[in-house]
Design a protein around this ligand. Structure first.
Ligand SMILES: *[C@@H]1O[C@H](CO)[C@@H](O)[C@H](O)[C@H]1NC(C)=O
Ligand SMILES: *[C@@H]1O[C@H](CO)[C@@H](O)[C@H](O)[C@H]1NC(C)=O
Ligand SMILES: *[C@@H]1O[C@H](CO)[C@@H](O)[C@H](O)[C@H]1NC(C)=O
Ligand SMILES: *[C@@H]1O[C@H](CO)[C@@H](O)[C@H](O)[C@H]1NC(C)=O
Ligand SMILES: *[C@@H]1O[C@H](CO)[C@@H](O)[C@H](O)[C@H]1NC(C)=O
Length: 468
């Protein structure tokens, strides 16, 4: 049964999403506050207020990848938690893929709503504005044809519009919120590789967080329907002091955006020529890349590689959000941010671990294999009580070898797997019912050969998959 089929290779490379019923195994969850001020009552120095902080709720898989995903919405966190019909949202989808997840409530919003400045709230008839703003239709109540929202489901609409909360789109809040995410990233509790995953106006704030960070922990932004952009000050763009930009910064500050990987994602039903957000987005992507950056646009419905029709303003909550998540998962893989194990300049292979408190630390595995850009593949299986990890790596003698970790044995040890391969190529492993390892051992030059573990030892798959 365990011959290497074309399907299993395709599954490995293009559909890394796991089933939506697989239990999620966490090592920790919780929350903490970051940054903020303390006001003292000028009339009574004994009275203070802690305010203007941000809040982070976290979920750490039992064996996390190295890159954390921070989900950020200016006024609608729910869109990251479930899709429009209550199915799995990005939070659960990416937890099942073992990414550490952080939900960010920026200052003055959600669970961080003690503001240091006064604000007021006046009820306003906002539901129909949401309908249009969320790209459900051009005008209430006429849905776009084929929109990825359950148009007949009254409860879905009820839930969607109730889950929004007030957002304060002032220039001051934009800077405060951006700064708070930058401080959180610099503090190190989110790891050394963070991708800010944003929706709507949080996209502009994330760009500013990159400009403001003093360390380099923020490694990427994936901004779904970013309302607002950051520009350098040498191209005659005038800053608008509101919550939606443009924000203008010095050229050197702007260049910080070239040091992270950026993808701007757009949904359907936008006019390529007239939509001001798309026009601005193309302009900013061009500028970032002109300075040597790595920014791109993914237009879900139109661009090359794009194929999803009817996406709304919040594609992560759409009925087809599994497909949208698949594209994000693929992007993380392409940009080298899906790793669990990494190699340092001294060619040591090591793991980074975070237990939910304090900084990340180097885990028990740390060995030198002396191969530049080594092949690395890993898989885990089991539950908390009997979790197993198998890491496959290349050696100078062009062997793929195994390191093993089992909860019960305490510590890493050398596994029995050892197979010749061609130099510095990939190795992949999956658990499923049988542990399988895929590598290129030179058969037909570049074919992939499958090795499967059964109780009696390693066996070889029936046929190697020849080069495409
Ligand atoms: C502040 O507290 C101190 C010590 O308890 C007290 O002596 C003082 O009267 C208080 N000030 C006010 C304005 O309540
Ligand atoms: C970065 O450093 C500058 C200079 O010390 C400081 O003003 C700024 O607040 C820092 N930014 C963050 C995000 O901490
Ligand atoms: C900016 O405006 C100035 C004055 O109007 C003009 O001389 C210059 O060429 C403009 N620069 C760009 C990059 O458009
Ligand atoms: C791993 O071990 C080496 C010494 O063998 C040490 O220099 C290095 O700092 C350790 N950590 C990492 C992350 O490589
Ligand atoms: C690759 O591995 C298979 C299974 O062990 C073996 O039959 C084959 O000869 C190997 N190919 C090369 C080129 O080493």
């Amino acid at each position: 049964m365990y011959f290497l089929s074309l399907l299993s290779l395709l599954l490995l490379s293009f559909l890394p999403l796991t089933s939506s019923t697989k239990p999620i195994l966490l090592s920790k969850s919780g929350g903490f506050h970051v940054s903020g001020k303390i006001l003292t009552n000028p009339q009574n120095p004994n009275q203070t207020l802690h305010c203007d902080h941000g809040y982070l709720e976290y979920f750490i898989p039992s064996h996390p990848r190295l890159t954390s995903l921070l989900f950020w919405h200016s006024a609608h966190m729910q869109v990251f938690q479930n899709n429009w019909v209550g199915g799995p949202g990005f939070k659960d989808i990416f937890l099942r893929l073992n990414y550490p997840i952080f939900l960010f409530d920026a200052p003055r919003l959600g669970r961080a709503n003690w503001a240091c400045d006064p604000y007021y709230y006046l009820p306003f008839y906002w539901d129909q504005i949401n309908f249009v703003g969320w790209q459900l239709g051009a005008q209430w109540p006429e849905f776009y044809k084929g929109v990825q929202f359950p148009t007949e489901n009254k409860e879905a609409w009820n839930q969607a519009t109730r889950s929004r909360y007030i957002e304060f789109d002032t220039h001051e809040n934009l800077l405060l919120q951006s700064k708070t995410a930058a401080v959180a990233a610099d503090e190190g509790k989110l790891g050394e590789s963070i991708v800010l995953i944003t929706n709507s106006v949080a996209g502009l704030r994330a760009q500013m967080s990159v400009v403001m960070q003093n360390k380099t922990n923020i490694k990427g932004i994936v901004a779904y329907e970013s309302y607002g952009f950051v520009y350098p000050d040498n191209i005659n763009v005038t800053e608008v002091k509101g919550g939606f930009g443009p924000v203008v910064v010095g050229v050197e500050e702007f260049k910080k955006l070239t040091r992270v990987k950026i993808q701007f994602v757009w949904g359907d039903n936008r006019d390529e020529e007239k939509d001001d957000w798309l026009i601005q987005c193309r302009k900013v992507v061009k500028l970032i890349n002109m300075y040597g950056g790595n920014a791109e646009i993914l237009h879900l419905a139109k661009e090359e590689g794009g194929f999803l029709r009817g996406s709304t303003h919040s594609p992560m909550a759409d009925l087809d959000n599994q497909k949208v998540a698949g594209l994000l998962s693929e992007w993380l893989r392409e940009k080298g941010m899906d790793g669990v194990y990494a190699q340092n300049q001294n060619l040591n292979i090591f793991e980074k671990v975070w237990d939910g408190e304090g900084p990340w630390y180097t885990g028990g595995l740390n060995f030198s294999n002396k191969v530049t850009r080594t092949a690395l593949g890993v898989t885990s299986w089991g539950d908390g009580g009997s979790l197993g990890i198998r890491l496959y790596y290349g050696t100078p003698g062009n062997l793929i070898k195994e390191k093993a970790w089992d909860g019960s044995r305490g510590g890493w040890y050398d596994g029995g797997f050892s197979q010749p391969s061609i130099p510095a190529l990939s190795v992949a492993a999956i658990p499923l019912d049988v542990l399988r390892v895929y590598l290129q051992n030179g058969t037909q030059n570049t074919a992939f050969t499958e090795f499967a573990w059964t109780n009696s030892g390693w066996t070889v798959g029936k046929a190697a998959l020849p080069p495409a």
